[in-house]
Design a binder for this molecule. Sequence first.
Ligand code: NAD
Length: 296
Amino acid sequence: MTATLLDGRALATRIETSLQGEVDTFATVFHRRPRLVVVLVGDLAASGSYVKSKAAAAGRVGIDSEVVRVPASATTEELVALVAAIARDEHGPADGILVQLPLPEHVDTVAVLDAVPPDRDVDGFHPENAGLLSQGRPRFVPCTAAGVQRMLIDAGIETAGRHAVIVGRSDIVGKPLALLLASRGPGGDATVTICHSRSSDLAAITRQADILVAAVGRPRLVTADMVKPGAAVIDVGINRIAGPDGSGKLVGDVDFDAVRAVAGSISPVPGGVGPLTVAMLLANTLLAAELRAGRG
Ligand code: NAD
């Protein structure tokens, strides 16, 4: 068997096309465009490239964006004050506010993220948004989790009554995705198991998965013998490894070539969940603008 490829890039393009129309409608009604302000701390190459692709995608759908760059030496207090100033629109109208992670080690990341007002929290990391999601009344859903669910729905992969195993329990990906897949409705109603670094006999659990999601950050963590034949395998991981010629190469958490021969469908890295994460950020930014304009 060769698994069907879940093309996140193509789906993201379709989502962007539909968002473009909605953004234009918003602009016609409110005489302004939704606007996203991104805080980029330090000069990590990966963070810089993520921010660049988010700003480029915003531009493609007609969302304005600004990147506020801050040196890596910034303190927690300075960053909290900056986010508060952005929330007062001192850096222009800020419908959505996003703090690119990771922050430098000396910074209290939770304190900085908590400073983002929950109604502009387009990453969905604020405890109020996490709480709403856990109660089954989502507002801003973390973008990667939302992207994975969208991918499953779009591919017609049934979740209701099926066993979804998520490897990774982060607040950013694993936990919100577990809540989404277990919630009622389309793309939900699954029986969900969360695995993590302390799970024993991981392979015995992953082999029970109809839908297997890897969100760990370890190249080739998921090998072919860990996958039930015909399962849907979604690879969230992004790992930079040395390529054959010594140059950098992006891979996921799944041993792609071997797993592809066993799975029913599989998402690639790159070109899988990554583009959908960005598309969901754009959708959240439009939602934030609509909420602010009183029509959300
Ligand atoms: P994290 O480091 O916060 O969490 C990793 C999780 O993996 C932890 O819950 C840990 O318990 C678990 N884990 C670690 N080793 C394990 C093992 N041997 N077996 C089982 N579980 C193990 O990471 P994160 O922020 O959730 O990100 C996970 C991966 O997803 C990273 O590679 C990250 O770059 C990637 N990511 C991709 C996107 C995207 O848009 N595609 C977005 C966010 C994160």
